[in-house]
Write a protein that binds this ligand. Structure first.
Ligand code: 8YV
Length: 323
């Protein structure tokens, strides 16, 4: 019996590649130059897509239309903003993702990035490596987490894991979101400018996509003020990068720590010119331990489709209603 066809939008880790190649006939967009021809020849027989932000290939409405028998898009990552959700929904396609398994890893990284930014680990290490420590004495004094109030932009699963850590650090918290959560004791804001005015540190951990595009913009940064620090571990799109770069350049905020960017991996070169931003290459969930768990979920969701079982982790946008 022939294997069902899966399209991968790009490179996948060996754990995923090995298992999907065993169970499916896999076509790899990163190994094909003529995508038009692929969709013309194979498109109507494709049943599954394997994708993730790391492939840097969006699963567009046009692509989805060219796969009329598509049943499942298995996304490597909890965020699935690189997939055209309305188009998938309209065609009855289930999108699955990798929630929960990365919560603690991303929260660890977010707090690490926060402290690295506040205490300027990048400059401190450069000071040691250059020999300046031995020559000129101790490194200059930095900002501190001790006198800060953090405003969480988004307080979902990962936001709560970050909150738990910061509570342990004795840092006061507030949160911004669509609605107040009954079981959360921290001050709630549905107005981001108002929260930015009342805190001095923002941590963004909310979904990307059209609803949150450019949310952290000039008015928010102005409200945050000169002590302000912005940490983004969500998606580059939630920040208006031109406004952030201007605020960093003019030092109308103190600094930023970024793991995500609008154009990954070709980030705006203006960031590289700034000395008050700590830059990471989207490493939030990037440990072998956590990536193995994410990868296995990607495979298990596809296998569930193949065996006509319910998918393990469908997104809330595309609840499973049967294959
Ligand atoms: C991954 C992420 O780096 O889960 C997410 O949404 O951003 C990260 O965990 C990314 O999805 C890899 O494709």
């Amino acid at each position: 019996m022939s294997k069902p066809i899966v399209l991968s939008t790009g490179w996948m880790m060996p754990l995923v590649t090995r298992q999907i190649e065993e169970a499916f006939e896999v076509h790899w967009l990163n190994k094909i130059s003529d995508w038009d021809r692929l969709f013309a020849e194979v498109g109507p027989r494709i049943e599954g897509v394997c994708t993730g932000a790391l492939t840097n290939v969006a699963t567009t409405a046009d692509m989805i239309k060219r796969m009329p028998n598509l049943k499942i898009i298995s996304n490597y990552g909890v965020g699935y903003d690189s997939i055209d959700v309305p188009a998938a929904k309209a065609q009855g396609v289930v999108i699955t993702h990798t929630p929960e398994v990365l919560n603690e890893e991303v929260a660890d990284m977010a707090v690490g990035l926060l402290i690295a930014t506040v205490r300027e680990f990048n400059h401190a290490e450069a000071y040691l490596r250059s020999g300046d420590w031995a020559k000129n004495g101790e490194f200059r004094y930095t900002a501190s987490l001790r006198d800060r109030h953090v405003g969480m932009i988004g307080f979902g699963r990962i936001g709560k894991a970050i909150g738990k850590r910061l509570e342990g650090f004795g840092v006061p918290l507030s949160y911004f979101g669509r609605k107040k959560q009954a079981d959360v004791p921290y001050p709630f804001y549905d107005d981001l400018v108002a929260m930015a005015r009342d805190v001095d540190t923002l941590i963004a951990i909310l979904p990307g996509g059209p609803a949150t595009q450019g949310l952290i913009n000039k008015p928010v940064l102005e409200a945050l003020g000169s002590r302000g620090i912005v940490i983004n571990v969500a998606r580059g799109s939630v920040v208006n990068e031109a406004d952030l770069i201007e605020a960093l350049k003019k030092r109308t905020i103190h600094s930023a720590g970024l793991d995500v960017y609008v154009n990954e991996p070709k980030i705006d070169p203006a960031f590289l010119e700034l000395d008050n931003v700590t830059l990471l290459p989207h490493v939030g969930s990037g440990s072998q331990f956590t990536r193995d768990k994410m990868g296995q979920l990607v495979v298990d969701n596809l296998l569930a489709y193949k065996e006509r079982r319910a998918p393990l982790t469908p997104t809330p946008d595309t609840p499973f209603k049967g294959w």
